[in-house]
Design a protein around this ligand. Structure first.
Ligand code: BTN
Length: 333
């Protein structure tokens, strides 16, 4: 269980962030129900942890900057959501946050639990690929949900998370993040985020799903084999961003979109926004179907998240995620 010491630090950070300016020591004492000395001690501890907190006589305290660390207090003090991230588990190092989330889901962990790691030693990508996960610069997180939905609808939740990441990157940075169907988030034609959803289900009932999201935030470079197709927020903006802020912002957008998704259990209410974010919309794509590849023009998704593609005979085809992959005519996007 979290100690009162940690809760106090969380509360101080939250109060300072919400105010955006100075908060008097007296006000903090009142909000926390503790003495001035206790507040001052906690501020000192936060400063030792790397927070830059200014203290000005007669004005109080003001937060200037936060260290880019993945900790309960950093995440919790920024989350504005009710369900997404209702419980947060922060780990320095783990094999894979998806693996960890599945394990705790089996043990009964609650809906909305968010597992975040600074580093993954066996990060998993889609189609059995490896997701390289070095420490200190990226987001590796997995959200556990227990939706009352048929298993066939779950692939759409992954689209919802893709939208949330694209919106969060747009909100916090100057970048025009978009989506490469079904759920890669891209900037300038390169991938900035990948999502891997795994599910435990019976024939017609979902037991739980884990939505694993990897976001390239402050990476300064990529290994040669990825450099052509991957990028990071830092490489695109020249600025470092606090990962915790991005995580909280993704959860905020996810919660709002997910509520809309649950209204009908499909993308009907989100489809227009999704299609605005879709980078291949009205552009040439190549559909890599194991039964034979073909080319066409991407029109956007339908209410079930399928990509509608007009083929060379002017026929509109529905493309299902998972069965085929879609590439731009001139490259990855
Ligand atoms: C992809 O191939 O595009 C999906 C990549 C998903 C990576 C994330 S990082 C957090 C979570 N834990 C994992 O092992 N994988 C996902």
């Amino acid at each position: 269980m979290k100690g009162t010491e940690e809760l106090m630090k969380e509360a101080i950070l939250q109060a300072l962030r919400e105010s955006g300016g100075y908060v008097s020591g007296q006000e903090l004492c009142r909000q926390l129900g503790v003495s001035r000395t206790a507040v001052w001690k906690k501020i000192r501890q936060l400063q030792d942890e790397g927070y830059v907190i200014e203290a000005v006589t007669n004005k109080g305290y003001r937060i200037v900057s936060s260290p880019d660390i993945i900790s309960q207090q950093e995440i919790k003090s920024r989350l504005e959501t009710k369900k997404a991230g209702a419980f947060v588990i922060c780990l320095d190092r783990i094999d894979s946050t998806n693996q960890y989330a599945k394990k705790i889901a089996e043990e009964g962990a609650a809906e909305g639990t968010l597992v975040i790691a600074d580093e993954q030693t066996a990060g998993k990508g889609r189609s059995g690929r490896v997701w390289k996960s070095p420490p200190g610069s990226a987001v590796y997180m997995t959200l556990l949900l227990r939706p009352l939905l048929e298993p066939a609808r779950i692939s759409m939740v992954t689209l919802v998370m893709g939208m949330a990441v694209a919106e969060a990157v747009r909100e916090l940075t100057s970048l025009e993040a978009g989506i490469k169907w079904p759920n890669d988030v891209v900037v300038g034609g390169k991938k900035i985020c990948g999502i891997l959803t795994e599910m435990s289900a019976e024939l017609s009932r979902v037991n739980y799903i884990v939505i694993g999201t990897g976001i390239n935030v402050n990476m300064k470079q990529f290994p040669e084999e990825l450099a052509q197709t991957a990028t990071s927020v830092f490489l695109e903006t020249g600025r470092e961003y606090p990962r915790a802020e991005l995580i909280a912002c993704v959860m905020k957008h996810f919660e709002a979109f997910y509520e809309e998704f649950l209204e009908n259990g499909d993308m009907s209410r989100l489809r227009d926004r999704y299609n605005e974010l879709l980078v291949s919309r009205e552009r040439g794509v190549r559909v890599l179907d194991p039964k034979g590849s073909w080319s066409g023009t991407a029109l956007g998704i339908d209410a079930f998240g399928r990509l509608l593609v007009r083929d060379e005979y002017d026929e509109i085809k529905e493309v299902y995620a998972g069965e085929v992959s879609v590439r731009g005519i001139y490259g990855y996007v």
